[in-house]
Design a protein. Structure first.
Length: 763
């Protein structure tokens, strides 16, 4: 990773050497139209202020190529943190007088609320020009129409020292574990501390920069926004990192996305890697202060399954592996699971010391690693090992539970597992239902998680978990009565309903037997969907005009219901229509524009302003269940049979399936003005319509069986089992199948690696 900047530098040098020595193009007169080409000279300015300063000034140079005439430009700020609008005081306009090539713009900085160690950033823009350059104005490439400003307190750094094994002071080193923008780890990083403040930094972090963080008295931490030193050419800017509270400007984010110190040697930071237009990844990364080598005797124990000997005898194989600080160890096997029973562990440790342990097998003393078959009856056991140090002192007792099951009597068996959309059951629609059928053996407890596949991928990425770990941590428990039915010969079938049409879901199951052995399986299933490609190609605009009764799945917060509301569509001209309604709220009835596509015989509704709601500005936005969009996407309305359905239009960049009315603080929709709220906290999906004269009486709103997982400040819907008991198609005594592997857990690489293929999540 250290070589990336070097390779980039070589590439730039080679490019420079290949350029023509003569500038080819139009010659310009610096005192004609070019004198109107007023620009910032610098693209960025960083300034540090003395720690006792309460205010300061950043001088920004603005210039032109000529000096004739007096010209004025108007300035504005752009910042993701609205507090910066008061921290940086920018003149509203600047005039370069006649005869001058440049002028200094003083930007006043209020330092009274600055936090030591934090960087505060804003962008200064030329928002308007008094006179525009002529068509022959020459653009001077080293100038730009915006400048990034950064202000912080000046810090003095010194090596952070710790007490070494010899009692002297040595500089603290650290290991940083990457999992987000990079993967792997960096070891031996030097740690420095700011003089007079509890602010630390790692040297040579990420792409060779310093990584700063603040440690507070309560062992919480702050990671201010800072460059990682990597220039992302796709977005023409450096990638930044910060904790979620610093990124969002909301202190309450620490409750969900903490940054903490364990009081010993480990820091856990919930970080987000971003550029101005969105973020790449977020999750937890760890920093560990290195110490003297640990000389504790350790014995690792591994159960390596059931092995068949040359004589045909089947028994468990146990592998004992001592570290170099273990002189010898005493090993044995005891009945039951003692791994969580500290009192029983203490008793066994003392019995091993006294050579009085009556285990299932005789105790053996071993001086090196050992992999042997142990002659124990079938059942639930714990292998134990007591380690001794170099002077024969007994140390810690190590243990590993295992099941001796040579005939596979106790192991979890998944004999049948189906997850599908019903196509021949009149009571369930394949458009919003998936059936789960299963028959198992030896299952004592079970957790399940049903979620859309893309959301499952996102949650695993954001939380740094495998799907099995996510199910264990966020899954829902299956009732004992249902587990008994799953273990029966007939098995059990039930349904997940009120799902989104045309979507793929994963059902993940984590099972445990009575001994504590686990098995994990998962399967995907897809609901049928209505798509724009299925729309009737004979309909004219007249078929879309009138009053309609709309039915939709309405998501309000974490609750889903089936609801009805009225939509009126009227004609404006041969192409355009007005759509009134699209909301079930009494205090919000937007009037939106759409158009009839003659070639595709459908209405198209694009994202657009939708009036105001309270003191804020509403805008029609769309979602694919994972991301929210207010541009580059549209919905289509078309006929399938006698009904009209809403689906992603042929012109939509993403497979959107719902709409909502997003709230902004300004009429212009942007990531900085988006309030991360919807009108009524509502979104609408699975929308269908019938002409009002054909509509039946509105049905009562049916609550959906859902819960949610909150990550990154967003709620993601998870689906619960219905209480319906369905007939199964499972044949008794089906052949047992081994559970599918949960997949390899993420392995830590030696050294860090820049992650490729990261998707930018636009806000």
């Amino acid at each position: 990773m250290k070589n990336i900047s070097k390779y980039l530098g070589v590439a730039l040098l080679l490019f420079g050497a290949a350029c023509s020595k003569t500038q080819e193009g139009t010659y310009y007169n610096p005192n004609k139209d070019d004198s109107k080409e007023i620009h910032f000279i610098q693209s960025s300015i960083e300034k540090e202020f003395a720690q006792d300063a309460q205010s300061g000034t950043i001088d920004v140079q603005i210039a032109r190529t000529g000096n004739r005439g007096s010209y004025t430009v108007y300035l504005a700020q752009k910042t993701s943190d609205l507090n910066n609008l008061t921290r940086f005081k920018v003149p509203s306009k600047v005039t370069i007088p006649d005869g001058k090539y440049s002028v200094t713009v003083p930007v006043e900085v209020d330092l009274s609320n600055f936090i030591m160690g934090s960087n505060y950033k804003t962008t200064l823009l030329i928002s308007k020009r008094e006179v525009n350059p002529g068509d022959d104005g020459a653009q001077v490439s080293q100038f730009s129409d915006k400048v990034a400003l950064s202000a912080s307190y000046e810090l003095t750094w010194e090596p952070y020292m710790r007490i070494g094994s010899d009692g002297g002071q040595v500089q603290q080193l650290a290991t940083y574990h990457y999992s987000l923008y990079y993967t792997g780890r960096d070891s031996g990083l030097e740690v420095e501390k700011a003089v007079g403040a509890n602010i630390f930094r790692l040297k040579d972090w990420a792409s060779g920069v310093a990584f700063k963080f603040i440690l507070h008295d309560d062992n919480t931490c702050t990671v201010p926004g800072q460059s990682i030193g990597y220039f992302n050419s796709n977005y023409n800017e450096y990638v930044y990192v910060a904790d979620m509270a610093e990124y969002t400007g909301n202190e309450s984010a620490y409750a969900s996305y903490p940054c903490t110190f364990d009081g010993k040697d480990t820091f856990s930071f919930y970080l987000i890697y971003y550029v101005s237009s969105g973020y790449f990844s977020q999750g937890t990364e760890k920093l560990v202060f290195e110490s003297e080598p640990d000389t504790t005797p350790i014995v690792d124990i591994e159960f390596q399954g059931i092995e068949t000997t040359a004589t045909g005898f089947r028994a468990p194989k146990l592998y004992f592996s001592p570290n170099s600080y273990t002189k010898f160890y005493k090993a044995s096997v005891v009945e039951g699971d003692i791994t969580a029973d500290t009192q029983r562990q203490d008793e066994i440790r003392q019995q091993l010391i006294d050579d009085k342990l009556e285990g299932v097998v005789p105790t053996v003393t071993l001086y090196s690693e050992d992999a042997s078959v142990w002659n124990v009856p079938k059942g639930n056991y714990t292998a134990v090992a007591l380690a001794y140090d170099s002077i024969d002192n007994p140390c810690k007792l190590y243990s590993q539970r295992f099941t001796c099951d040579p005939e596979k009597e106790y192991g979890i068996k998944v004999n049948e597992f189906k997850f599908y959309a019903p196509t021949d059951n009149l009571n369930y629609s394949p458009y919003n239902t998936l059936i789960w059928e299963m028959q198992t053996s030896n299952v004592a407890t079970m957790k399940y998680l049903c979620v859309k596949t893309d959301i499952a991928d996102y949650l695993c990425e954001a939380l740094g978990m495998t799907l099995e770990e996510l199910t264990a941590d966020r899954g829902y428990d299956i009732a004992e009565e249902m587990i008994a039915e799953l273990n029966s010969e007939e098995g059990r079938a039930t349904a997940f309903n009120t799902l989104d049409q045309g979507s793929t879901y994963v059902l993940a199951l984590l099972m445990t037997n009575s001994f504590g052995d686990t098995a994990f399986v998962s399967k995907t299933g897809s609901t049928q969907g209505y798509f724009a490609s299925d729309f009737d190609q004979t309909k004219t605009m007249a078929d879309f005009l009138g009053a309609f009764n709309a039915t939709a799945t309405i998501t309000a917060g974490s609750n889903d219901t089936q609801g009805n509301y009225r939509i009126d569509i009227t004609r404006v001209n041969d192409r355009d229509v007005l759509i009134k309604g699209m909301s079930d709220m009494r205090d919000f009835a937007p009037e939106l524009n759409g158009y009839y596509d003659k070639e595709k015989h459908m209405l198209i509704v694009e994202t657009q302003a939708a009036g105001t709601y309270g003191q804020n500005y509403a805008r029609l936005g769309f979602s694919d269940g994972l991301m929210i969009y207010w541009g580059d996407n549209s919905l289509a309305i078309g006929y399938i049979g006698d009904k009209l359905y809403w689906a992603a239009s042929p012109y939509s960049k993403n497979a959107i399936n719902s709409y909502m009315f997003l709230l902004f603080s300004t009429p212009q929709a942007s990531s900085s003005s988006y309030l991360r709220e919807y009108v009524g906290s509502r979104s609408y999906s699975a929308i269908s319509m019938v002409p009002l004269k054909q509509a039946s009486a509105a049905a009562n709103a049916a609550p959906a069986q859902t819960q949610s997982i909150e990550v990154d400040g967003q709620r993601f819907t998870t689906y619960l089992l219905s209480e319906d008991l369905l007939p199964t198609t499972i044949r008794p005594a089906a052949k047992a199948q081994a559970p599918a592997s949960a997949g390899d857990a993420r392995k830590q690489a030696a050294g860090k690696t820049l992650r490729t293929g990261l998707e930018l999540h636009r806000l």
